[in-house]
Design a protein around this ligand. Sequence first.
Ligand code: ANZ
Ligand code: ZN
Length: 835
Amino acid sequence: MASRFNPLKADATWQKAWEERRTFAARDDSPKPKSYVLEMFPYPSGRIHMGHVRNYTMGDVLARFRRMRGMEVLHPMGWDAFGMPAENAAMEKKVHPGTWTRANIATMKAQLKRLGFALDWTREIATCEPEYYGHEQALFLDFFESGLVYRKESAVNWDPVDMTVLANEQVIDGRGWRSGALIERRKLSQWFLKITQFADELLEGVQALEHWPDKVKLMQENWIGKSEGLQFRFKLSDGGEVEVFTTRPDTIFGSSFVAIAADHPIAQKLAAGNPEAAAFIELCKQGGTTAAELETQEKLGFDTGIRATHPFDPAWELPVYIANFVLMDYGTGAVFGVPAHDQRDFEFATKYKLPIRRVVSEGDKTDPEFHDNEAYTGPGTLVNSHFLDGMDVTDAKRAVIRRAEEGGWGTGTTVWRLRDWGVSRQRYWGTPIPIIHCESCGVVAAPRGSLPIKLPEDVSFDIPGNPLDRHPTWKNVDCPKCGAPARRETDTLDTFVDSSWYFIRFASQPDDKPFDKAVAEQWLPVGQYIGGVEHAILHLLYARFWTRALSHLGKLDVAEPFSGLFTQGMVTHETYKSLDGRWLSPEEIRKDSAGVLEITSGEPAEVGRIEKMSKSKKNTVDPEPIVDQYGADAVRWFMLSDSPPERDLEWSENGIEGAWRFVQRLWRLFDGLEDASGEDKDLDRKLHRTIAGVAEDIEALTFNKAVAKLYELVNAIERADPSASRTNAIRSLARVVAPMVPHLAEEAWAAMGNAEMIADAPWPEVDPALLVDDEVTIAVQVNGKLRDTLVMPKGAPRDIVEAAALASDKIVRVLEGKPPRKVIVVPDRLVNLVA
Ligand code: ANZ
Ligand code: ZN
């Protein structure tokens, strides 16, 4: 009699078998076509969460499917293991960041294995190990030697109480996260990578990525931000000049002030003799350094008393302000303000009571008085603008640029929003920058033979700041050039550097160099990359830059690292709150007919919105106990089944139970396999359509559609009478579900008497003859208007189709019982009746 599927036993058996047989180890020398499937590697924060489970299940299904389709698949896994949380843990729990990180890796690796992912663990990478970051140091030196690395003064978040540099995420509402002190902007000499040298290539390249989501391409384009503009000089009342940059030269007649950055030379000069100006400049240094913070800060200004002359009207004077929203390192560090058509300028003009004049008409609004609550930044027709009146924005821009160039006071230019990438971090838990500072030789590359430059182990985190800075011996080295006592660079690399090339190291990992060009090129580009949309800008851009830079250095010949990209949705869950406003976890509540109750107090609890699982809202569900209860396959199935993969998936108890029941239903089919004879054409057709459809869905990553097709097939098999077709359908079904529920499929495959594993079995062949529809839907129109449809055998003769159309109740009613004047039949498609 039918037994129950025991997932715990099957999971363990097959996971062990895959591991022992090294089933998923990718072979560089395989003659098969190669496919590289990659999910973004996790940060080892402690435990796997549902988001990981969803992400890795999707990649796993594709990887397993492609293997069954005869490809040599590279599907590796590793750890993005450097970064702040390990240092925070070191401070809070008094444990070395390395100890904490490696323990987390061990836990999470076991959890991933428990889910049965088809990963090539022989290529596992942890970026915090010298075996990885030593090669990164070598690549940094390559960049350094070819001029792609330089040093520059740049602003950091400085915590004056803890006396340390803070990462942006450690600045909360302008204050240090530990000390609560107001954060200052400070200048430090830091390392930069010249990503701007590739701005053009990165922009053009992204446009050609066919298998990337449009929204991600747009985000990359906006981040790179190529804009055409005008750079021109205003004459100043003190006899000098100020050069401004604008992308909206068309709005020149709407300007009401000029604004310069706090560190603009004109502001600096003024501050020297004007304490009020100096105090204002000091004030501008407060607050964080992120662009978002600069956007949302209150717009503040200081009137310098200097006046600028409008380029088209010598009698028109504009006040020159120092303003906190103007950045020194963009454009020229100076702008002209047009309050009606720029939101920052609008806020500024409102505060300082400066004129707000409309110059671009939206619809039919043309009067110069502007009374809206926000700036109008859209397209329109120029008004109140002399020779520009009546032109559209594009033409007006060109007209102003032409006049400026003819008059010799300005030039049309291209500018990029993209900045060079500051990679210095004043932290311990990162890749040491392989540079030595010598008093007489300056900045010197560490000798190649000294790599990897390992992090010292004997460090303490009881005082804030970078332990490398205060380490007694690590930083003291002899200058490789002159031999004099020198100092090691104590900055470490931004962890985004670690993730900018890990996919290359996965593809090829020799001991003596970062990667082998020929081997890496066999696998690259990654055919399908899957991860969270939170990485849509920085990580992807940096990885694209590294790939191009390495190719530029002749180390690799790959233009784009990821030819296909997919960004999956989040896993969400209901939120709960106690009456006194505490978040409650799903384990802390009980649902019954009376509603939702807090278990400990017995008091009612409030059900909140369905939100992304997060620790702060306590709405997370730990995958591990769920896997232990239902087995890996049920969890995997649920992750794939409920929502389109790009949308959010709501975790629910019902959902996982439904998945578990389906796994058991599948097992009953496999377990009850009978030897029967006879043909069932309908079932044959259903099977072959499902095989073809599921294959397409997996390639398109529309797993929920594949799941729906599999439900239908299982229904059809359950309903069908025993036949050879039915037996064959069940055998094929095992292979079709194998990428999704691999443990169950292996168990079934073995029970069917196969010696090979199903992981090594080919995907079932499709008989194209069985894919053809043999019924068609025919539209019936009366005087060109659709009135009914008919389902007819394909190729039905005209007279039969015509008779069926005329016999339809609906048609009889429309024709009011009269015969039509004319009948037109388009075989298999349409009947048109002319009344
Ligand atoms: C006049 C103007 C009128 C502007 C208008 C905008 C709208 P994007 O497009 O992002 O490149 N700008 C220029 N340099 C700046 C700096 N260093 N700090 C802050 N803002 C600066 O932005 C270009 C626009 O941002 C420029 O065009 C300039 O304001 C401002 F209706 O000039 B605009
Ligand atoms: Zn020296």
